[in-house]
Design a protein around this ligand. Structure first.
Ligand code: CA
Length: 241
């Protein structure tokens, strides 16, 4: 399964470019545009690697790095970090590495080079078959099962025919039970959906998903509407494997 990279970068164009290159290279990508959001996403989502800009609004890159390294959860504290810096002074580089960044890249840089660094760091720090990725686990909630390896969804053992987008939305919600997702987060995080470009298309996919799963929106067993926010998966999810 794809490794997940969190980009914390306030230059949106650069973040988009990096996201494109990393997705092309087979990574799953999360993006935050300020330090505080990035810090919370890092703790919540536990990405496999973080690309962290030094100069950020809300909380700068060094503070984010320092806070993550002190986290009581080892999967958060040990996350590989590549620091992006526009400063060329040696002191900043040294400081970044001292605070626990694993590598740094000075702007401007080529996205290809950064992807190569990401790959190298993943190889160095995360041998295949170990580590924190559990993206192959079979997810179960009541009579609903989702198999990420086969990309199959079943209700009461019956295969449910989902479109790739419906599958991805269900996977996103089900792998974060109880966490509400806004429509724009769902748009951002479900590959292919961003091209549709407007938040109401999320509602259409959810409606179809519910119909196929036999989930009544008034008495949901799986997907609940969170008014004024978006959607969340309800019910206890267990994982096998
Ligand atoms: Ca910046």
């Amino acid at each position: 399964m794809a490794h997940r990279v969190l980009i914390i970068e306030d230059e949106k164009q650069l973040a988009r470019t990096l996201r494109g290159y990393l997705e092309q290279a087979g990574f799953e990508v999360l993006v935050a545009y300020d330090g505080r959001t990035g810090y919370f996403m890092a703790r919540q989502e536990k990405p496999d690697l973080i690309i962290l800009d030094l100069m950020l609004p809300e909380m700068d890159g060094l503070d984010v790095c320092r806070a993550l390294r002190r986290d009581p959860d080892p999967t958060v504290a040990d996350v590989p970090i590549i620091m992006l810096t526009a400063r060329v002074e040696e002191t900043d580089r040294v400081l970044g590495l001292e605070l626990g960044a694993d590598d740094y890249v000075t702007k401007p840089f080529s996205p290809r080079e950064l992807v190569a660094r990401v790959r190298a760091l993943m190889r160095r720090l995360q041998p295949v078959g170990t580590g924190r990725t559990q993206r192959t686990a079979l997810l179960r909630a009541g009579d609903l099962t989702l198999d990420p390896v086969r990309r199959e969804v079943r209700v009461q053992e019956q295969l449910v025919d989902l479109t790739p987008t419906e599958y991805e939305i269900l996977y996103l919600l089900m792998s974060h039970p109880g966490r509400p997702f806004t429509r724009s987060e769902i748009l951002d995080r479900v590959q292919g959906l961003a091209f549709e470009g407007y938040e109401r298309s999320v509602d259409v996919h959810i409606k179809n998903l519910r119909r196929k799963l036999g989930d009544d929106p008034r008495h949901p067993r799986y997907i609940q509407t969170v008014y004024g926010v978006g959607y969340k998966f309800i019910g206890e999810v267990t994982s096998d494997r």
